[in-house]
Design a protein around this ligand. Structure first.
Ligand SMILES: NC(=O)c1ccc[n+]([C@@H]2O[C@H](COP(=O)([O-])OP(=O)(O)OC[C@H]3O[C@@H](n4cnc5c(N)ncnc54)[C@H](O)[C@@H]3O)[C@@H](O)[C@H]2O)c1
Ligand SMILES: O=C(O)C[C@H](O)C(=O)O
Length: 335
C-alpha cells in the first residue's frame, strides 16, 4: 500500500502530475491537496480504472490534515509560477507556502519522502529542511529538490543541437548544481553517448549550455503571462517520482539520478564539497536511490575546463539563495 499526496494538485503542474501518478500501479492511494478545486480534480481522476483511490482536500477544510495522514510520498508543485521579466528568485513568496506545507507534513506524515518542485527550488528545499529540523522530523535522505526537468531538457536540446531531435531519449547528460540560470550546470563532457560535435565547437557548446540553463525562460516567454512549464514539468516530475517509488517501494535498487539535496544527507556529501571547492549545504548531485531514499551521494567526477568555469559561477550564485531559504522566518500566525 503506497499513499502519494500532491500539494498544489489543481494547478498547471499539479493536474497532469496527478493524472500521471494515478496511472502508476504502485500507488494505491492518491490524495490531492490544494487551496482551490482539489475535490473536483479528484472526482475527475477517480473515474480512471487504475488501482489508486483518489481523494481531494481543500486546505480550508477542517479535516484537511487527512490528506497527509499516512502519506508515504508527498510531491509539491504548489505556489506561484513566473511571468515574463521575473527571475525564479522573485518567487520567494512561495517560501511561506512551503513552510506551511512542511509543518503539515511534519505533523501528519513525518516519515514521508518529500519531493519539492515549487520555485525557487534553490531556496525552497532549504525552507523544507529548516521546518523539518524545527519539528524534529528531518531525515535529509528523504528530501529531494526536483531538478529533473533540467536533465530532460539537456537530452532534448542536445539531440536537437546535433540534428537528431528524434533521438532525444537516447542522450543522457547529468545536470548538477541548482535549478536556476547559472546555477544549472550541464555536464556535456559526461554525455552518453559522447557529443564531440558539440564539445569541439565552442559556439555550439556555449549555445547548448545557455539553452539548458535558460530553457525555463523559453516557456515563460511563449506562454506570455500564462505561467511557466507545466506539462514538461509534470512528465519530468512523474519520471523522478516513479524512480523514487521504484527504489523505495518497488525493490529496484541502484538507480542513479540527479537531485538538489542536503549534502549532509549521507556519506559522500563531504566529498562533493571537496569537488566543488565550497561548503555549500545544498547542491544537485548524482545520487543512488534505494529503500532509504538517498542511498549514496556519488562524485561529480571528471569535468573539463569549461565546466570548471561554470561550476565556479554556479557555486557563487547558489550560496545566497541557500542562505535565503535557511534564514527564512515565517510570518507569525494572525490572531
Ligand atoms: N522545479 C521545476 O523544475 C519547476 C518547473 C516548473 C514550475 N515549477 C514551479 O512549480 C510551481 C507551480 O507551478 P504551476 O505552473 O503549477 O503553478 P499554478 O499556479 O498553475 O499552480 C499552483 C497551484 O498551487 C496551489 N497552491 C497555492 N498555495 C497553496 C497552498 N498553500 N497549499 C496547496 N496548494 C497551494 C494553487 O492553488 C495552484 O493550484 C511554481 O512555483 C513554479 O515556478 C518548478
Ligand atoms: O522557469 C520557470 O520558472 C519554471 C521552471 O523552473 C522551469 O525550469 O521551467
Amino acid at each position: 500500500m503506497v499513499k502519494a499526496v500532491v500539494c498544489g494538485a489543481a494547478g498547471g503542474i499539479g493536474q497532469p502530475l496527478s493524472l500521471l501518478l494515478k496511472l502508476n500501479p504502485i500507488v494505491t492511494e492518491l490524495a490531492l491537496y490544494d487551496v482551490v478545486n482539489a475535490v473536483g480534480v479528484a472526482a475527475d481522476l477517480s473515474h480512471i480504472a487504475s488501482p489508486a483511490q483518489v481523494t481531494g482536500y481543500l486546505a480550508s477544510q477542517p479535516d484537511a490534515d487527512k490528506a497527509f495522514q499516512g502519506a508515504d510520498i508527498v510531491v509539491i508543485p504548489a505556489g506561484v509560477p513566473r511571468k515574463p521579466g521575473m527571475t525564479r528568485d522573485d518567487l520567494f513568496v512561495n517560501a511561506g507556502i512551503c513552510n506551511t506545507l512542511a509543518n503539515s507534513i511534519a505533523k501528519n506524515a513525518p516519515n514521508a519522502f518529500v519531493l519539492v518542485i515549487s520555485n525557487p527550488v534553490n531556496s525552497t528545499v532549504p525552507v523544507f529542511a529548516e521546518a523539518f529540523k524545527k519539528a524534529g522530523t528531518y531525515d535529509p535522505k528523504k528530501l529531494f529538490g526536483v531538478s529533473h526537468l533540467d536533465v530532460v531538457r539537456a537530452s532534448t536540446f542536445a539531440a536537437t543541437a546535433i540534428g537528431k531531435p528524434g533521438d532525444a531519449d537516447k542522450y543522457s547528460i547529468p545536470v548538477v548544481g541548482g535549478h536556476s540560470g547559472a546555477t544549472i550546470l550541464p555536464l556535456l563532457s559526461q554525455a552518453k553517448p559522447a557529443i564531440p560535435e558539440i564539445l569541439n565547437d565552442k559556439e555550439k557548446r556555449d549555445a547548448l549550455v545557455n539553452r539548458i540553463q535558460f530553457g525555463g525562460d523559453e516557456v515563460v516567454k511563449a506562454k506570455d503571462g500564462a505561467g511557466s512549464a507545466t506539462l514538461s514539468m509534470a512528465q519530468a516530475g512523474v519520471e523522478f517520482t516513479n524512480h523514487v517509488l521504484d527504489a523505495v517501494f518497488g525493490g529496484k535498487k541502484g538507480k542513479i539520478v540527479q537531485s538538489y539535496i542536503d549534502l549532509g544527507a549521507e556519506a559522500g556529501g563531504e566529498g562533493i564539497k571537496k569537488e566543488i571547492g565550497s561548503d555549500l549545504a545544498f547542491f544537485s548531485v548524482n545520487i543512488e536511490l534505494g529503500p532509504a531514499g538517498i542511498e549514496k551521494i556519488l562524485p561529480i567526477g571528471q569535468i573539463d575546463d569549461a565546466e570548471k568555469a561554470l561550476l565556479e559561477a554556479a557555486v557563487k550564485e547558489l550560496g545566497p539563495s541557500i542562505e535565503k531559504g535557511v534564514s527564512f522566518q515565517p510570518a507569525p500566525p494572525k490572531l
